[in-house]
Design a protein. Structure first.
Length: 360
């Protein structure tokens, strides 16, 4: 009997549906090549779900996601929903999925493809062969801490507040993820905090060091977040694995992604629970939605991460990465990574090119 996997498809908003469509082509092609069976269940999420059902994360969408073997998400959000209540914004769907699926570890690789080395805003020798993995804590910290809100003081003026909180257990488990992945890479971890100012990240630093005592083959360094932001653009190749809090990870992973030239190239995996979720790092890019300009490679590479982390098939990830690399080597580019003398293609053509490489 063929191996069978159920995948929840959550296209979402903006360019989400366009890039998911190309990822589906890749999935269907893999189904043939690998002789596996893929059941793809598409459900609405984000603004699209809000329009259709009045909620960005409808119960059925969550159910379909929870009962799948893996989730593939496009992107959520857009100007249309910026004015509605926080609790109904498209972004809440993402946070809801992360916390319901217990996806406490977000893996965001920033890897430079040789053909794109000139797309980086940094000098070539600073970024060629760059390969960083940001491990971002995803279900705790200031994103989820209570109390939170905006209230009114006795003098009638308003006050806004959020809470940055981490338990020892939350820090331990994300530290273990970082050390475990570092073991399969260059065995170096930089833990990023603001321990000179924030007590909770002082605890972070202590606990990460404690967990490190179980990993004597890994080199651990601690770094303040402001210094890390600077070091990333000064000398990015000093990093292998970066492990950090939810909000610092949000910021540093965007910074790290740009070292590679385009945020349109980077996949991500959110793991920790029974069902993991895969998504491109980029957002819904409403300004280019529907124009065939979106780069589907980040989503296609996210499918690769799915095979690696959820289905235990690292060789399929390699296969997808090689297909993407060949397409790039042929000079094929979407607009976001276009440079002199390269061939511009649409979102769909890019998907087709990857499929034809896979099927070679
Ligand atoms: C990300 C995004 C999200 C986040 C937003 C859309 C809620 O920026 O995945 O990095 O802040 O986590
Ligand atoms: Mg972000």
């Amino acid at each position: 009997m063929n191996q069978k996997y159920t995948i929840a498809l959550l296209p979402g908003d903006g360019i989400g549906p366009e890039v998911i469509k190309e990822a589906v082509k890749v999935l269907r092609s893999l189904e043939k090549i690998l002789k596996i069976e893929l059941i793809l269940n598409e459900v609405p999420v984000g603004g699209a779900a809000y329009e259709a059902e009045g909620h960005p994360l409808p119960a059925n969408t969550l159910n379909v996601a929870q009962s799948a073997d893996a989730v593939l998400l496009g992107a959520v959000g857009g100007p249309k929903w910026e004015k509605i209540d926080f609790s109904l914004r498209p972004e809440r769907a993402l946070l809801g999925l992360r916390s319901h699926l217990k996806l406490y570890a977000n893996l965001r690789p920033a890897k430079v493809f040789p053909a794109l080395v000139d797309a980086s805003s940094l000098k070539k020798d600073l970024v060629d062969n760059l390969d960083i993995l940001v491990v971002r804590e995803l279900t705790g910290g200031i994103y989820f801490g209570e109390p939170r809100g905006v209230d009114t003081l006795v003098d009638g003026s308003r006050r806004g507040f959020n809470t940055l909180v981490y338990t020892e257990e939350e820090i331990k488990r994300i530290a273990r993820v970082a050390f475990d992945v570092a073991r399969k890479r260059n065995k170096r971890v930089v833990s990023v905090d603001k321990a000179n100012v924030l007590e909770v990240t002082g605890l972070w630093r202590e606990v990460v060091s404690e967990v490190h005592s179980e990993y004597d083959d890994i080199i651990l360094e601690h770094m303040y977040v402001d210094n890390c932001a600077m070091q990333l653009v000064r000398l990015p190749k000093q990093f292998d694995v970066i492990v950090t809090t939810n909000m610092f990870g949000d910021i540093l992973s965007d910074e790290a992604s740009m070292l590679t030239g385009s945020i349109g190239m980077l996949p991500s995996a959110s793991v920790g629970g029974k069902t993991a979720m895969y998504e491109p790092i980029h957002g819904s890019a409403p300004d280019i939605a529907g124009k065939g300009l979106a780069n589907p490679l980040a989503t296609i590479l996210s499918v690769g991460m799915m095979f690696k982390y959820s289905f235990g098939r690292e060789e399929v990830n390699h296969k997808i990465e090689s297909a993407v690399e060949s397409v790039l080597d042929q000079g094929i580019r979407t607009r976001d990574i276009l440079s002199h003398k390269m061939i511009e293609v649409s979102t769909e053509e890019m998907g087709d090119r990857v499929v034809s490489e896979l099927e070679k």
